[in-house]
Structure formats: C-alpha cells, structure tokens
Design a protein around this ligand. Sequence first.
Ligand SMILES: [Zn+2]
Length: 152
Amino acid sequence: MKNLQIKCTRCRHAHTEADRIERPRPRRSTSELQVYDRVCPRCGCKNYYDCTPQVAWCWSSGLIEIGDAMPADSSDGGGAIEIASGPKYALDAEIGVLARHAYQTGKLLVPGVPEADTPRAKGDALARWLAWCGKRKSRDGVVWAHMTEVPT
Ligand SMILES: [Zn+2]
C-alpha cells in the first residue's frame, strides 16, 4: 500500500503514501516509547482521503458494488453495467448518499430497479437514476455513466 494515492483532508494536497513524512509524536516522559505519525508533507495533518481509482457497477437485481475493475459476467450470463468511476473516498460517499440502502443487509441498490419486472423497465429505472445522479456537480472527480433511454 506504499503508493496509495491520497489527498490530505486539511489542505487537500494530493500525494502518495510514500511521500508522507514521519513526525515524532510528543512523549510525556523519556521512558515512553517513541511513536511516529505519517503526516502530510505540506501541512502535517494525519488524516487523508483514499484516492485510489475505483469503478462502481450494478447488476440486473439493482445491487451496486464498487471495486478496482469491472467484474466478469455472472454465472447466469448477466453482465454488470458500469455506473460511475472516481477516487475511492468520493465514490463511496456519493453512492452512499444517492443509492437506496437495503433495510436488512445494508447493501446499496439502484432505486426502482429491484422491483422492475422486465429488462426494459430495469433499464429505464437505471437510466433515470443515472440522469439524476449526473446532475450533481461532483467536486471530487466522480464521473457518472450516461444511458440513453431506448425508444420502444
Ligand atoms: Zn495537508
């Protein structure tokens, strides 16, 4: 994880895990073990956002998943559809706000897709949701996929 792409939460300086500097943590006494914090080279802040590029996709069930790369088709032949991409921290946050959370499992769902009963209705529900998500101005580099609604 040495070359994790990160961004300082305080000054927003973009750098990598390897760029961070070690800063000795103040000790109460000389017998206390010296601990070092890895901090932002610009402002010394300990906290950062994980900017690893990630992609988000959904299945025909409406289930949303996020990972490093698009998955292979499922065993029943159904393919995943890419819905968005961006740095990990921003993608997690935006999808967490815009998706529906399943009550019992906590899984993320595209609104309207689980209850749609035809492939066409599922596609329409996904297209409407993506159009709605795409209207948001993301300051953090999340890019939503576009789907054009297919005429009957
Ligand atoms: Zn900083």
